[in-house]
Design a protein around this ligand. Structure first.
Ligand SMILES: Cc1cc2nc3c(=O)[nH]c(=O)nc-3n(C[C@H](O)[C@H](O)[C@H](O)COP(=O)(O)OP(=O)(O)OC[C@H]3O[C@@H](n4cnc5c(N)ncnc54)[C@H](O)[C@@H]3O)c2cc1C
Length: 477
């Protein structure tokens, strides 16, 4: 490849105690907790919104383990009071539930609330800004190089948190990372989501009651684990006390399409990818969320590959919408109002830290002296090469712990990672990357950064007991 050698003189801007790169669920919680604990904090985000995959990616359903405390629970409680999370006013009354719970939220309400919370805490938000490099010396990051509408500049800081999902800051610094499946580098399949409004769900459920073969019989994952039936759908999707439900997969209609010679192979593949089409309820009456299709072989670090994946995924979402509109009563007047502005990338770089969390840790329900959080989510690995998901579940009450060392970036004294680019093997990551988890990890990273700034020590010398008391008060012993 030929190269153009640039000579740059980059202006150095205002310094902060803590600089957080990326404002997804992890970066939001990291910046919030750093600021709440006294650090002058800047959050750098390339989009003009907070929330990352939860908002720009429309994956507006927070999976959270029952004993997660602090910012994730506060966030859901505040959304619930606005009737923007399901259950509307369920927090904290029936909390904690007995097992991992899924909480649909409204993405627009998430954007606003996240901005309100950061502003209340005094976090400076810098939108439309891409992390492009780092200024460093001898194992310390001195500043992060950013590019935005104002041009290119360096933002100096004391502690840095990489919450870009892709480990961009760490990669620019030269940190070691793992990527995809050992041997072939293949990442879990990605997909886009979309929102559909104007749905008459009562009519859809009546139809499913009259055509039981359309409804995939499966257990509802959640507090009760009941079988999904039309009666349960009516109770959870239509009552004044709704709960999360997934509705689908229209098995008989799908079977008819698969047998129809007039239906194209692309459409048939699309229907086979997830055994039909399903959608989820949302806090807004008449609105549903489609989490459909999938693209394989996408390289989340390659701009052209990402662009191709977005184009294919958008086509898949429009197909799913039209399928529902043409075949499912209740969707006659529905409109697709939004496809995700960001592709739903499940995994990307996994930054190597002092400790690497593994599938064996998941299986062993591991405990750590320096644990900063816990999780009881399941392994949920989306086949990188086609359809299919590998699941491995915990029973209620079981959990694994996450070590503080697994966010301390190897080789750097003032750099942490938080969110889906943390130090885990591919399968362990699939169990530990939900929105509730990423917020919990961000919360711990923000606290650790604030402690390091307050005490003027490197991140490896903070008082871990104090970190645990602040973010993981349940730690036994
Ligand atoms: C299809 C799909 C379905 C899922 N289903 C669920 C579910 O049902 N429930 C659940 O809880 N979780 C689910 N997840 C997982 C969860 O959504 C993500 O793992 C989680 O949201 C990741 O949060 P994050 O903050 O680590 O990363 P992200 O949300 O990706 O946030 C990273 C942020 O950094 C910004 N950024 C990136 N690079 C740069 C840069 N160079 N400079 C500046 N900013 C940058 C991005 O714009 C983004 O805002 C799902 C994920 C996918 C993809």
């Amino acid at each position: 490849m030929s190269v153009y050698r640039e000579v740059l003189e980059t202006p150095i801007g205002t310094a902060y105690d803590v600089v957080v790169a990326g404002g997804g669920s992890a970066g939001f919680a990291a910046a919030l907790n750093a600021a709440r604990n006294g650090a002058r904090t800047l959050l750098v985000e390339r989009e003009f919104m907070l929330g990352g995959i939860m908002t720009a990616g429309l994956m507006a359903k927070i999976a959270i383990e029952p004993y997660m405390t602090g910012i994730p629970t506060e966030f859901m409680a505040r959304l619930g009071k606005r009737k923007m999370a399901i259950p509307y006013d369920g927090f904290p009354a029936p909390w904690p539930p007995s097992e991992m719970t899924e909480v649909p939220v409204d993405p627009e309400a998430c954007k606003l609330l996240a901005e309100e919370m950061l502003t209340e805490a005094g976090v400076r938000i810098l939108y439309g800004t891409q992390v492009a490099g780092v200024m460093q010396s001898e194992g310390r990051i001195e500043g992060v190089v950013v590019e935005n509408k104002s041009g290119r500049s360096v933002i100096p800081g004391k502690v840095f948190i990489d919450a870009t999902g892709d480990g961009d800051l760490c990669a620019r610094a030269g940190a070691t990372f793992e990527f995809g499946m050992a041997g072939n580098g293949r990442c879990s399949a990605a997909n886009m989501l979309s929102r559909v409004a104007g749905v008459d769900l009562a009519r859809t459920i009546d139809y499913l009651e009259a055509h039981p073969g359309e409804l995939t019989r499966k257990k509802r994952r959640g507090t009760e684990g009941d079988d999904i039936t039309p009666a349960l759908l009516r109770r959870y999707a239509l009552s004044d006390q709704p709960q999360f439900v997934s509705i689908g997969n229209f098995d008989e209609t799908v079977a008819r399409h698969l047998a129809d010679l007039a239906v194209s192979e692309w459409e048939k593949d699309m229907l086979r990818l997830r055994n039909g089409i399903a959608f989820m309820n949302t806090p807004i009456r008449g609105q549903v969320l489609l989490n459909v299709g999938r693209v394989t072989g996408t390289d989340p670090l390659d701009a052209l590959s990402l662009s191709d994946a977005v184009i294919e995924s958008r086509r898949q979402n429009w197909y799913a919408y039209r399928f529902l509109r043409e075949n499912v009563p209740g969707f006659e007047n529905a409109a697709l109002i939004e496809t995700g502005a960001m592709l739903g990338v499940r995994e990307s770089r996994r930054v190597v830290c002092d400790y690497r969390h593994t599938l064996e840790d998941f299986k062993a329900r591991v405990r750590f002296d320096d644990a900063m959080m816990r999780n009881n989510d399941s392994v949920e690995f989306h086949n990188p090469d086609g359809s299919g998901i590998v699941f491995e579940l915990y029973d209620p009450g079981e959990y694994e712990e996450i070590s503080y060392r697994s966010i301390l970036v190897k080789g750097w004294g003032n750099l942490l990672v938080a969110g889906r680019c943390w130090s885990a093997d591919q399968m362990a990551l699939s169990a530990n990357r939900s929105i509730g988890f990423c917020m919990g990890m961000g919360q711990a990273a923000g606290m650790a950064a604030a402690l390091a700034v307050r005490d003027g020590v490197p991140l490896r010398q903070i008082n871990v007991k104090e970190l645990q008391r602040a973010v993981y008060p349940l730690k036994e012993g």
